[in-house]
Design a protein around this ligand. Structure first.
Ligand code: MG
Length: 447
């Protein structure tokens, strides 16, 4: 079990994620960087954000790094800043986790998430407690920069067809859930000539109306307002605004896998090239790639894997089926603001979101999880079992077994002693059947 999970380190604020941890993560990063360079630090709107940010600043300064405090920012905003102005970034966020949590995510020199190897190095220093300590006259400088969000929004506007969008004067309802996107998304839409109706747009770390995870069951008010105001689109973001989910003009939630393939199809209509997605993504991405005659590259789960693969093969688009979409012409990270601007670009071509979503083939998913104390040994036995299957087997991340009419994915969790089982097919029954076959397989491979 590693210190950094799929998306940084997370837990209950001021319990596991306490000031000492923030200091030590920052000291580890400074040590890893050889006590040289500039680190940008930002936070989402969580209550404990200032406490943890202050601790991380102190830790980084003690190693001799220069620290730029950029305040409350979406994760893609700090990534954009780091890419051009710093050598690393520390983002205090627990993304979509519940209110009481917080966390720390590290950002690499090029604005992408820290690599797994980099995280392991930082982790080693963290556990060794052998931190660099600058001499009294070499401790770092603290500066502030207050325009990171403005710069980020300008970057998005420069990367989309802003004139076409502005001409349409769209009406858009946004629910930023009191998270970091409250400082960017409504303003982005204004700059794109939209009439904006905002709910939960005040920054509030108590998240009074909904938890930071934008699931359809907590977004009913958004759906209602879309209908009552005759809006063209609805959008909601998670706590750090790297992910966005969308509603069409009828107030219907667009399933995130559908969303991913809609955007992939649009991006491929603008420019042909490879696309990238994790092994957990839907058959819909295969359909899109086949229709366009382009390569679809599969990666391990985690946006960092998708982003880096995209850069390696010069992909035109990539993303995950959870509303995390990556646009390489802007930056190699999940970006909820850019996703919103791109969907406006799509509907500025005259098509309704509901029409596009309804054209995406329907697939059914089933998933379950199973407790398992020895993940490695169990997965080893699963791999051995499937080695002589007739079906195509992909071991990029866990074990994915392709059937003619669907697939089954068996994947160990990175943070908990459980194995997750996912299946997809064109009927609900078959998806359940595939999932159950996976469950049986794992049961037979457990100690
Ligand atoms: Mg997030």
């Amino acid at each position: 079990m590693s210190f950094f999970g799929t998306n940084g380190v997370r837990g209950t604020a001021n319990e596991y994620i306490n000031p000492q941890l923030a200091i030590d993560v920052a000291r580890s990063l400074g040590t890893y960087m050889g006590s040289e360079g500039i680190v940008a630090i930002g936070r989402d709107t969580r209550y404990s954000g200032d406490m943890l940010k202050s601790a991380a600043i102190a830790g980084a300064l003690s190693t001799g790094l220069t620290v730029i405090d950029i305040g409350i920012v979406p994760t893609p905003s700090i990534q954009y800043y780091v890419r051009d102005h710093a050598n690393a970034g520390i983002m205090i966020t627990a993304s979509h986790n519940p209110r009481e949590d917080n966390g720390i995510k590290l950002i690499a020199d090029d604005g992408t998430e820290f690599s797994r190897d980099g995280e392991r190095e930082v982790e080693k220093i963290y556990y060794s407690k052998e931190f660099a300590a600058a001499s009294w006259d070499r401790t770092g400088d603290l500066r502030t920069y207050t325009n990171a969000n403005e710069d980020y929004l300008q970057g998005i506007i420069d990367s989309v067809d802003a004139n076409s969008i502005r001409q349409e004067r769209f009406r858009v309802v946004v629910d930023t859930g009191c998270g970091a996107g409250s400082l960017t998304l409504p303003f982005l839409l204004q700059k794109l000539g939209c009439e904006v109706v905002t709910i939960n747009g005040q920054i509030d770390g108590t998240f009074p109306w909904r938890n930071p995870e934008p699931t359809p069951d907590v977004l009913t008010e958004l759906a209602d307002i879309i209908k009552s105001r005759g809006a063209d689109m609805g959008v909601a973001q998670d706590g750090d605004a790297d992910r966005a989910v969308f509603f069409d003009e009828k107030g219907h939630f667009i399933d995130e896998e559908t969303l991913l393939s809609m955007m992939a199809k649009y991006m491929l209509s603008m420019k042909k090239g490879p696309i990238v997605t994790p092994v957990s993504s839907s058959q819909r991405m295969v359909d899109v790639a086949e229709e366009a005659g382009v390569e679809l590259a599969w990666t391990a789960v985690g946006s960092i894997n998708v982003a880096r693969k995209m850069r390696d093969i010069g992909a035109v688009f990539g993303g995950e089926g959870n509303g995390g979409l990556i646009f390489p012409e802007f930056q190699y990270c999940r970006d909820g603001g850019m996703a919103c601007a791109k969907f406006l670009e799509i509907i500025a071509t005259g098509r309704k979101l509901s029409d596009i979503a309804e054209r995406v083939p329907v697939y059914f998913n089933a998933k379950t999880k199973i407790r398992c104390n020895d993940l490695d040994a169990t997965m080893e036995r699963v791999r051995a079992q499937v080695a002589d299957y007739d079906q195509q087997v992909d071991t990029t991340d866990g074990v994915k077994i392709w059937h003619k009419d669907g697939w089954l994915l068996i994947r160990p969790s990175g943070t908990e002693p459980i194995i997750r089982i996912f299946a997809e097919s064109n009927t609900e029954d078959r998806a359940e059947e595939l999932m159950n076959s996976g469950l049986q397989l794992v049961e037979s491979c457990k100690e």
